[in-house]
Design a protein around this ligand. Structure first.
Ligand code: PGA
Ligand code: ZN
Length: 400
């Protein structure tokens, strides 16, 4: 039933129109498909997609290295399949077969096993205890690497906590629309744009954008009658230059950056702040966690890159209290699960995440439930984002 009989790879497009790889896995009575997303503000410690901008070599490597090893294996032995992917690669960061090929194969295999066993992916991976839905983090205003002409900070998000995930998703989308209306009134002569993740892009200073975000969250909170809190993904490594965090209107030394972020948490009631400091500044993360960690998630994305050794360093130093989980940062489901388990065992929360270049695949909605993640970052609007949000709504329906 679950023996892998056939594997295929093809070139498809992601949401930026860039080529990416899609893998199909056929077992005796199951089928699984996954296409790899890609980041723009990638961390330097991430596993690498292969090769830069061209997927032909990745396809060749899949055919020569992956097919001979994986065909005939049993799809339910995920660890063995993922081990074979590491063997096929032979490097530390999947630089030979590409983390895009690895993650597409790994998740497609899990989907094929789930399909052969006639189980939804979240149930197959998470077992009977997978019954909790994550809180959706909706990206409303953006800049950084995801857009030109926007804020320095990459993402301004609304985190709704409704009675159901469907309510939260609706609140985030409403907040997105409200921000668009506010920007239209405030900048009547400016052509508004949307960034890679569907967030509004406008010529705003970072704190102006944050004030609009916070005001919107509080309006939506009163209208919906449940909590809607502002959050940031600063992606600070992208504007850390020669020892300083360089914004449009200020330039801050690391200790001043910690004070600045701590003030934003207090003043605007942020419930989560991701990558507030450079990707190697474990000490800075620890300082900020000490200052605001009791009231706010301090999330490491580029800091941890879903890597268990880097999370262990964070735990040892008290850096952050939450880990962003992106399967394509490590390349396999087994490595992703190791990172999630390690984080949870050490009292860290997890937030699973899309990438800025996405496909319409909805597997991360299932992974969020299977892993028991606290949150899911997958945008507020846009086809490839709503594919995942709508799947969460369907999963919730099944669970209730
Ligand atoms: P990326 O952005 O996919 O471009 O890396 C998402 C994030 O930083 O969380
Ligand atoms: Zn991030």
């Amino acid at each position: 039933m679950t023996l892998i009989e056939d594997l295929m790879i093809r070139k498809v497009l992601d949401s930026r129109g860039n080529p990416t790889v899609e893998v199909d896995i056929y077992t005796t009575s199951g089928f699984g498909r996954f296409s790899s997303p890609s980041g723009a503000s990638t961390g330097v410690h991430e596993a690498v997609a292969l090769p830069e901008g061209k997927v032909e070599l990745a396809i060749e490597r899949f055919e020569s290295e992956v097919i001979p090893r994986i065909s005939g294996m049993d799809a339910v032995f995920q660890e063995e399949v993922d081990g074979a992917l590491h063997e096929a690669d032979g490097t530390v960061g999947f630089s030979s077969i590409g983390a895009n090929v690895a993650v597409a194969t790994s998740i497609a295999v899990a989907k094929a096993a789930a399909s052969a066993l006639d189980l939804p992916l979240y149930r197959y991976l998470g077992g009977m205890m997978a019954n909790r839905l994550p809180r959706p983090f909706g990206n409303l205003i953006g800049g950084g690497r995801h857009a030109r002409g926007g804020t320095t900070i990459q993402e301004f998000l609304c985190v709704a906590r409704g009675p159901t995930v469907a309510d939260s998703i609706e609140a985030n989308a409403l907040a997105h629309r409200r921000v668009g209306e506010k920007l239209g009134k405030r900048l009547p002569d400016v052509a508004l744009a949307k960034g890679d993740e569907g967030a509004w892009v406008a010529p705003l200073k970072d704190e102006e954008a944050l004030a609009i975000l916070a005001e919107t969250c509080s309006e939506i909170e009163s209208e919906m009658g449940f909590q809607c809190r502002p959050a940031l993904d600063m992606a600070a490594s992208e504007f850390f230059r020669r020892g300083k965090y360089v914004y449009a209107d200020r330039s801050l030394e690391p200790d001043k950056q910690i004070e600045f972020v701590a003030r934003l948490v207090e003043e605007y009631g942020l419930c989560s702040v991701e990558d507030p400091l450079d990707q190697d500044d474990f000490e800075g993360f620890a300082g900020l966690t000490e200052a605001v960690g009791k009231k706010c998630l301090v999330v490491g994305d580029d800091l941890f890159v879903t890597d268990v050794d880097r999370i262990a360093q964070g735990v040892e130093k008290g850096a952050g209290n939450a880990v962003l989980i992106k399967p394509n940062q490590v390349g396999t489901l087994t490595d992703t699960l190791l990172a999630v388990d390690y984080a949870h065992q050490h009292g860290y929360k997890t937030v699973i995440s899309h990438r800025s270049g996405e496909t319409t695949d909805d597997a991360i909605a299932h992974l969020a439930v299977a892993f028991g993640c606290e949150g899911i970052k997958t945008g507020a609007v846009g086809g490839e984002r709503t594919a995942k949000l709508n799947e969460l709504i369907r999963i919730e329906e099944e669970l209730t």
